[in-house]
Design a protein. Structure first.
Length: 94
């Protein structure tokens, strides 16, 4: 099986320090060091940001993991967050 990888050196609009990335079928999820979570739609070139103002406990994201239901689990230095990507709802685990 042959795999091919494209090198991504810069995404216009994301100049953040990156802690972690996760890629699903059409989006690159980027955990930043101070500017929350970014979602980059590779087909449209659209960036969506999720920050404390959207319900995240902190704007530093260390890890991004998917679950079987299609949610993303985020780790920060203020706790664990579940992001429902269907409706953009945020649930913080205390």
């Amino acid at each position: 099986m042959e795999r091919s990888f494209n090198k991504l050196s810069k995404i216009e609009g994301i100049s953040d320090r990156i802690n972690t990335v996760y890629y699903d079928n059409s989006r690159l999820w980027i955990g930043t060091n101070g500017n929350g979570l970014k979602s980059y739609d590779i087909h449209r070139g659209k960036i969506t940001s999720y920050t404390k103002e959207d319900g995240l406990p902190n704007n530093i994201i260390y890890g991004i993991l998917p679950d079987a239901e299609g949610h993303l689990w985020l780790s920060s230095n203020k706790g664990i967050t579940k992001l429902n990507i269907e409706n953009d709802s945020v649930s913080n685990i205390k």
